[in-house]
Design a protein around this ligand. Structure first.
Ligand code: FAD
Length: 279
């Protein structure tokens, strides 16, 4: 059995890593089974390198075993519902493991990981002068470590009691609260899908969407404002244990047993007062 492992040290670009890794796979010899740690750098380059080297690749592997001289991998499929054990006849075979399990799996199959030699890669016309972090282009409103998830719904963009839109007021109320509370910003799908909201609420994007087709944040507390609390949204709250909502509608989804407390009130007025009290 020819089993090897490569670790990646420091920064590297796709242009550097793909040829270097492809060369390492080709140089690995017949019957190569190569373990890689699935960090973002590896995930970016590994599939392209495997294709270039004519190798098969499997990712998100959580266990590797040697059974009867054969390498066997294990991974979850279908959203962690089925745990599979599988092997491949094709070689080279690249196995990308969960990064936190990489050292453990190397030890289990008795290999010592060597560092990727990016300098040994085939010559490229790309010259890398340095690596700069992309940055976020502004302050991020998504804060996984915050204690509170503040959800803004489409009601912020609807005509209010006076028959007018109040987008600037809504934007000020939301950003004012986020600034003072340090809460993470979530959104309903309806809000982030709205073109008029995109212009007025430039601090949020589809990345903020919570729900069935969005994210499932894990904050201790959640406060939903101007959000109806429909099931496709609320499924994204399954890990949020203390839930409150502010809605004009006493029969909104939150009031149907989906929140601990529902304030039947105007969120514009409530958040304005809250922001004043927090000043
Ligand atoms: C397949 C599928 C997947 C979906 N996935 C998602 C998903 O991932 N996430 C998601 O969010 N949705 C998802 N949806 C959409 C979901 O069903 C709802 O349409 C959406 O969540 C509604 O958003 P909303 O509550 O912000 O807007 P609305 O339904 O328009 O509700 C606005 C609410 O604001 C309240 N309101 C208005 N003004 C005020 C005020 N001044 N003060 C207080 N309350 C006020 C209104 O009473 C109303 O309840 C999905 C739908 C489908 C079919």
């Amino acid at each position: 059995m020819n089993i090897k492992a490569i670790r990646f040290e420091g920064n590297g670009t796709f242009a550097q890593d793909v040829p270097a890794l492809a060369d390492a796979i080709k140089a690995g010899g017949d019957e190569l089974v190569l373990l890689l740690p699935g960090n973002s750098r590896v995930k970016r380059a590994a599939a392209a390198a495997a294709m270039r080297a004519g190798a098969e690749i499997d990712t998100n592997v959580v266990d590797v075993d040697l059974a009867d001289g054969k390498a066997v991998a294990r991974r979850w499929v279908y959203r962690q519902r089925i745990f599979t054990t599988f092997s491949r006849a094709a070689r080279p075979w690249v196995i990308v493991t969960d990064p936190s399990l990489f050292d453990e799996l190397c030890a289990k199959v008795g290999v010592t990981a060597v560092a990727l030699d990016a300098a040994a890669s085939a010559p490229s016309r790309t010259t890398v002068n340095g690596v700069e972090n992309a940055g976020t282009g502004g302050e991020s409103t998504i804060k996984p470590d915050a204690r509170l998830l503040f959800v803004a719904g489409a009601g912020w963009t609807k005509k209010q009691a006076d028959g007018a839109l109040h987008l600037d007021e809504a934007s000020a109320a939301i950003t004012g609260f986020l600034g003072k509370s340090g809460a993470s910003l979530g959104s309903s799908k309806s809000l982030v899908d709205m073109p008029e909201a995109a212009a007025a609420f430039s601090f949020m994007s589809h990345m903020n969407q919570v729900g069935q087709t969005g994210s499932t944040p894990r904050h201790q507390k959640g406060l939903a404002t101007c959000c109806h609390g429909e099931e496709p949204h609320v499924v994204g709250w399954r890990f949020v244990s203390e839930r409150r909502a502010v809605n004009l509608d006493a029969n909104c989804g939150w009031a149907q047993g989906k929140a601990d407390v529902v304030y039947v009130a105007d969120a514009f007025a409530v958040m304005k007062k809250v922001n004043e009290l927090m000043a």
